[in-house]
Ligand binder design. Structure first.
Ligand SMILES: *Cc1c(COP(=O)(O)O)cnc(C)c1O
Length: 417
């Protein structure tokens, strides 16, 4: 089979289909899965054709270790322009003095933030994993738990809200080198000022892991951690709707330490196609339409929380300020894991998550992807009803699957098919 010259034409499904039907079929089927099922996984979104075009561009071929103007390879003048554009757009979008757009992922960004500020063995105070902390916040299965001494704060088991009195007491008792605020499942705004006050009191760095809400921050729908945190870690692929990757924001005093912590300490060559795609996404997020998107994401999440409550789910904290919510399906007679399986069989994809209280697993849902598809509050009510039907009764899967297909058919996530 003839192999098309890589630069002859833009990469397209046709090129792949002719050369490698086996992989082309997998990609086609995944596209169809995404188009005909509901993506309520709170960390997922649909990036634009422009972002995908940058990702699939010849910048993927370029080696570019180092930073613009100081690379370890020749021929970097054009990718330097792409990275400078991404950095300038990130700084303007978030009002930050410095941005590093090279982290390959959210976890790589957190690793680099720790590398910039900490030494192995240092004490770090972060939201405990059973309360919604990320793996990089001290899981024993992760570098963070192996190399640092993590102390976990928690949420109040009744209200589901972060207990700032406990944060202060633990900080006084353990004198951490850094405090991390950020979560994979906290549905309310973070009180960055409260964390800053405790960090100042005990002389700790404040690291905001805003992987989830950073897209809402870009759209003006959530408070910004930038004025409060020494270093902000983020992803670019969640609500922000860019390519899969990470980002760091900080003041100018820490700029050099943060840059060196990314390269050469924790990474090699940057992925320049991804860096270019991040620039495209920052450009999109700076447009007025993105503020409307961010507002609608939150309005949809609030409506979904209200409708799920009416269906019998217990919604943690009674609602949400953000794109995500967590619920206990127990009142419907089903546990989180079983409900996730039943919903998946019906074409509704979401995650299980830890809920306040010992050992309880519930469900986490997010509205970033369905809002990108153009769904509004009418559709959220429908999604709540379909989710409840599928969770309650295993035998409803086929009927719900059909209704999900009908609903998603009216809101195609991939423009142009
Ligand atoms: C998603 C997330 C990460 C990690 O992002 P990856 O790109 O999956 O490595 C880190 N921290 C928090 C709080 C997250 O939600």
């Amino acid at each position: 089979m003839p192999v098309a010259h890589p630069l002859e034409s833009p990469p397209s499904a046709d090129v792949l289909g002719r050369q490698d039907p086996e992989l082309a079929e997998i990609l086609r089927a995944e596209r169809e899965r995404q188009s005909t099922t509901l993506q309520l996984i709170a960390a997922e979104n649909f990036s634009s054709p422009a972002v995908l075009a940058a990702l699939g561009s010849p910048l993927a071929n370029k080696y570019a270790e180092g930073y613009p103007g100081a690379r370890h390879h020749g021929g970097c003048e054009l990718v330097d322009m792409a990275e400078r554009t991404a950095v300038e757009r990130a700084k303007a979008l978030f009002g930050a003095a410095h941005a590093n757009v090279q982290p390959h992922s959210g976890s790589s960004a957190v690793l680099a933030a720790y590398a910039a500020l900490l030494r192995p063995g240092d004490t770090v105070l972060a939201l405990g994993l059973p309360h919604g902390g990320h793996l990089t916040h001290g899981s024993p299965a992760n570098f963070s738990g192996r190399w640092f001494d993590f102390v976990g704060y928690g949420v109040d088991p009744e209200s589901g809200l972060i207990d700032h009195e406990q944060v202060r007491a633990l900080a006084r008792a353990h004198r951490p080198k850094a405090i991390v605020c950020g979560s994979i499942s906290y549905p309310r705004h973070m009180d960055y000022a409260a964390f800053r006050a405790v960090a100042d009191e005990v002389g700790a760095y404040l690291i905001a892991d805003a992987a989830h809400p950073i897209g809402l921050v870009a759209g003006g729908a959530a408070p910004s951690p930038v004025p409060y945190a020494d270093v902000v870690c983020a992803t670019t692929h969640k609500v922000l709707r860019g390519p899969r990757g990470g980002m760091l924001l900080c003041g100018s005093e820490l700029a050099q330490r943060v840059d060196r912590a990314v390269f050469p300490f924790t990474q090699g060559g940057a992925q320049m196609n991804t860096v270019a795609a991040k620039a495209v996404a920052f450009g999109e997020a700076a447009a007025p339409a993105f503020a409307g998107y961010a507002r609608q994401v939150v309005a949809n999440a609030r409506t979904l929380a209200r409708c799920l409550t009416a269906e019998g789910f217990t919604v943690t904290t009674g609602g949400t300020d953000t794109h995500l919510l967590t619920v206990d399906p127990a009142p419907l007679g089903v546990d989180g894991r079983t409900a996730r399986g039943r919903l998946a069989a019906a074409g509704v994809f979401l995650d299980t998550c830890a809920l306040p209280g010992p050992g309880v697993r519930g469900l986490r849902l997010g509205t970033a992807a369905v809002t990108t598809q153009g769904m509004g509050e009418t559709e959220m009510a429908r999604i709540a009803a379909l989710s409840a039907a599928a969770a309650r009764d295993e035998s409803a899967a086929l009927r719900v699957r059909g209704e999900v297909r009908e609903l998603t058919g009216r809101f195609p996530p991939h423009p142009g098919g």
